[in-house]
Design a protein around this ligand. Structure first.
Ligand code: NAD
Length: 499
């Protein structure tokens, strides 16, 4: 066994994943760090999917009757198991998704955080009591568990996105079936093994409460089309969402869609430029430009453009690119060759549209794809600037009037995350009022959301919200109940129907 393959096997073994699950399948799994094959996983076939959904349905019918605070206890135990497994799971995230170690650890921390949030929530799944127009009546709303929740996740947050959904879905009384990205099956198997440890400690949870189906698009489609799945939470490209949304609508299923972003930052004349530099550098180059919230467009005011962009270019030229396991670099690999090719197609297109490209070249060769992040000075918002290329390309543009900058900022199809760097209160508020994104920040970058807020975006980002705030309501169904405790039967709106 080669180095990374051996290391992966050691981690999977420690994390409790059965040997056969990652050695005896037909789907090869590669590490973007070196491109080498690290495992061979089994793809779920139609019979596996059918059995999983049948088991999930039965699990739901038992789990919905367990009191919510008791359901929270399972999620609390899962959080404990995650704390114990944090370092190993984080390293596996680095190996499988290419994140630098602190981002791998950050991803697992997000899972722990959402568990804590969900445990508290398990005692707060509250409805309202509403004033009624009829005497001797009480009207209220009650939230009930929903059913089987299908989770389809992307490669770039291979475990946290599932946890955002699963922790809430479970305390809300649902069962969960997860179709992880075909590019990151191992972290999913490891997460499932960790969850099963929590289940064993919990004791009497129904079998099939949380299951994993390994596979590609077809496996995702099977979840999308199956009437036994009440809600599908799908994270990935807008292309995927465009395929999934009408199929879910066709059968009136619920959907949470978390799709692509094309996130912009405005740097205003009054900005703290040191802060702006760090915020933009992390937002644009972090995770090798492979976050849905990655900063892809930058609008810099004319009066500070030359100095600020010169500093940014210097940061781009000096940032360490390389294998995150072997060095203290900040930019790891692209996920695969297709990602590299998409980047190499976008850069000439930007040039053809008048852009001046700095960086973007490949670092090293072989079966892994490392690139120097690219900063592209653009004469305007045209060509590839209008689309998400899932790679580290930052398009930089000048502006001289804030209203124009905000109009350009909003003038793309996606609407996920946005930010302004300014110390001018009026500018900050104008931006917050006008940004059409689900996330709008002042004096911090576009990426790195906390779990306490609702996460998601508008327009072609899909409109879904996950994680904090009141996102839990999507995993439950609402019933309006009216109780008549009088001995009369007054009809609403004064309708009379005297027999
Ligand atoms: P992708 O769309 O290629 O795949 C995402 C998931 O969808 C995978 O599990 C895949 O197997 C599945 N899938 C693809 N087509 C499907 C179909 N027709 N039916 C059912 N399932 C299908 O995305 P990716 O390359 O893994 O991830 C990168 C993309 O995800 C980027 O566009 C990024 O912005 C987006 N993303 C969004 C968020 C968010 O919260 N908004 C978070 C992470 C990633």
């Amino acid at each position: 066994m080669a180095g990374i393959e051996k290391m992966t096997a050691g981690l999977l073994d420690t994390l409790g994943v059965e040997y056969a699950l990652y050695t005896q399948g037909s789907m090869p799994s590669h590490s973007p760090l070196t491109g080498e094959q690290i495992a061979a996983v089994r793809i779920a076939d139609a019979a596996d999917t059918d059995a999983a959904l049948a088991a999930a349905g039965a699990a739901f019918r038992a789990w919905r009757d367990v009191p919510a605070p008791r359901r929270g206890e399972l999620v609390r135990l899962f959080g404990e198991e995650l704390r114990a497994a944090k370092d190993d799971l984080a390293t596996l995230v680095t190996i499988e998704a290419g994140k630098i170690p602190s981002e791998g650890a950050g991803e697992v921390q997000e899972m722990i955080d959402i568990c804590d949030f969900a445990v508290g929530l398990s005692r707060q799944l509250h409805g309202l009591t509403i004033a009624t127009e009829r005497p001797g009546h009480r009207m209220m709303e009650i939230w009930h568990p929903l059913g089987v929740v299908g989770v389809i996740s992307a490669f770039n947050f291979p475990v946290a996105v599932w946890a955002w959904n699963a922790a809430l879905a479970l305390v809300c009384g649902n069962s969960v079936v997860w179709k992880p990205s075909e590019k990151t099956p191992l972290t999913a198997l490891a997460t499932q093994a960790i969850f099963e440890r929590a289940l064993r400690r919990f004791g009497d949870a129904p079998a099939g409460l949380s299951q994993v189906l390994i596979g590609g698009r077809e496996t995702g489609e099977a979840l999308v089309d199956d009437a036994r799945v009440a809600l599908v939470s799908a994270t990935g490209s807008t292309r995927m969402g465009r395929a999934v949304a009408p199929r879910l609508a066709q059968r009136f299923a619920r959907a949470i869609l978390e799709l692509g972003g094309n996130n912009g930052v405005i740097v205003a004349p009054s900005a703290d430029l040191d802060l702006a530099l760090r915020g933009v550098a992390f937002g644009a180059m972090g995770t090798a430009g492979q976050r849905c919230t990655t900063t892809r467009r930058l609008f810099v005011h004319d009066s500070i453009y030359d100095g600020f962009v010169a500093r940014l270019k210097a940061a781009y030229a000096s940032v360490g690119v390389g294998n995150p396991l072997e060095s203290t670099t900040l930019v790891g690999p692209l996920i695969d060759r297709a990602a590299y090719e998409a980047m190499q197609a976008a850069l000439p297109a930007a040039k053809a549209a008048g852009g001046v490209v700095h960086g973007g070249e490949r670092v090293g060769d072989g079966a892994s794809y490392y690139v120097r992040p690219a900063l592209v000075e653009m004469p305007g918002q045209v060509g590839p600037v209008l689309e998400e290329t899932f790679a580290p390309i930052l398009y930089v543009m000048r502006y001289d009037d804030l209203d124009t900058a905000i109009r350009l900022h909003n003038d793309v199809a996606a609407g996920l995350s946005s930010a302004i760097f300014t110390t001018d209160l009026r500018e900050a508020e104008r931006f917050l009022a006008a940004s059409d994104c689900g996330i709008a920040n002042v004096n911090l970058g576009t990426s790195g959301a906390e779990i306490g807020g609702a996460f998601g975006g508008e327009k072609e980002t899909g409109g879904g919200r996950e994680s904090g705030s009141d996102a839990w309501r999507q995993y439950m169904r609402r019933a309006t109940n009216t109780v008549n405790y009088s001995d009369a039967l007054p009809l609403a709106q004064g309708v009379s129907f005297d027999l």
